[in-house]
Design a binder for this molecule. Structure first.
Ligand code: HEC
Ligand code: HEC
Length: 278
């Protein structure tokens, strides 16, 4: 079954290696560090609406666009897509009809998702409860790119461990820098202002601003590892201050210790651009 799914999604990789596709790994990624529900699960007054996980919601409304994250449960449009179609939509932002998925779905960063992790995410999404909900369709007044890059065939991840490299991978697919890079013409500038902060998030909470998370003193340099862990996983600053949405704290709370340590190592290493696609 595992092999069939893998073959259906990706075919055999150039090396002939069989990917490890696992529903448990997919669940960890979707409900943990990748926080898909932070955009795709309808929100009630007390956070994500129970029983409505991943059934779609309005994410962002601004002069450029009204972005509605789709119902990605087996009751949504994706139900009729093949596993390969769903994989391509998540990693390359292209639907089976050829249309391009718009922001803020962080496709530029999702292009780094490894074949194994992508197969695991797709496998998990097929197992979540089907929730009937039609959140509506997005409207983009800004032009969408024809694609987010050349077609991808195979993507690998660095070896898993408490290392800078693995941390770079986890931070990338957790889209930290999609929120924390300075916007230029409304779009986070990953190439020139990686992690330098400034993007504003209006909401029922007022306006939150993503701070600088570079290694510098004005970034995360002023925090200890323990303080950073509390910030990232519990949304609490050292003085006890509760932090504002939309940083997906409850999702990051599920990060393994290894992944969290790796992310902190990566932030401290002072990266100035996303890892190269592999
Ligand atoms: C920052 C918000 C955000 C995050 C995080 C996010 N998405 Fe999305 N996603 C969106 C938006 C908005 C759209 C719709 C864009 C459009 O209409 O063009 C979308 C569209 C999609 C689609 C296309 C569905 C369709 O029917 O057209 C899929 C599949 C999808 N997302 C899967 C995922 C998965 C899986 C994750 C987590 C690994 C994820 N998304 C994380 C915002 C997000
Ligand atoms: C959806 C957007 C979003 C994502 C994704 C996100 N953040 Fe944040 N982050 C914010 C916002 C907004 C704040 C400010 C909250 C406040 O001031 O109350 C913040 C605050 C922080 C802070 C506190 C900085 C300070 O100086 O006080 C750190 C550290 C941080 N984020 C790290 C991360 C890391 C690491 C990731 C990925 C694992 C991440 N963030 C993902 C939006 C985001």
């Amino acid at each position: 079954m595992k092999h069939l799914l893998h073959a259906a999604v990706f075919g055999l990789s150039a090396t002939g290696a069989v990917a490890e596709v696992s529903v448990a790994r997919g669940e960890y990624l979707v409900t943990g560090p990748m926080g898909c529900g932070n955009c795709h699960t309808p929100q009630g007054a007390d956070g994500p609406l129970p029983g409505a996980e991943l059934s779609g919601m309005l994410v962002d409304q601004n002069p450029g666009f009204t972005a509605i994250a789709a119902n990605i449960t087996p009751a949504g449009e994706v139900a009729d897509w093949s596993d390969a179609d769903l994989a391509k939509a998540i990693r390359e932002g292209i639907r089976p009809d050829g249309s391009v998925i718009g922001p803020p779905m962080p496709i530029g960063l999702y292009r780094h998702i490894s074949d194994d992790d992508l197969g695991s995410i797709v496998a998990y999404l097929r197992t979540v409860p089907a929730v009937e909900n039609d959140p509506g369709k997005s409207v983009y007044n800004i032009p969408l790119p024809p694609a987010y890059g050349p077609p991808l065939t195979t993507v690998s991840a660095p070896a898993e461990g408490a290392t800078v490299e693995w941390g770079g991978y986890v931070a990338t697919i957790s889209h930290c820098f999609e929120c924390h890079s300075t916007p230029v013409e409304g779009v986070p500038d990953l190439a020139g202002h990686y992690g330098q902060g400034g993007l504003e998030f209006p909401g029922p909470w007022g306006v939150s601003v993503a701070p600088n998370i570079t290694a510098a003193e004005e970034g995360i340099g002023k925090y200890s590892d323990e303080e950073l862990a509390a910030i990232i996983q519990h949304g609490v600053r050292p003085a006890g201050e509760r932090m504002l949405p939309p940083m997906p704290y409850p999702y990051f709370a599920k990060m393994t210790d290894q992944d969290l340590s790796a992310v902190i190592l990566y932030l401290r290493s002072g990266p100035t651009a996303p890892p190269a696609e592999m």
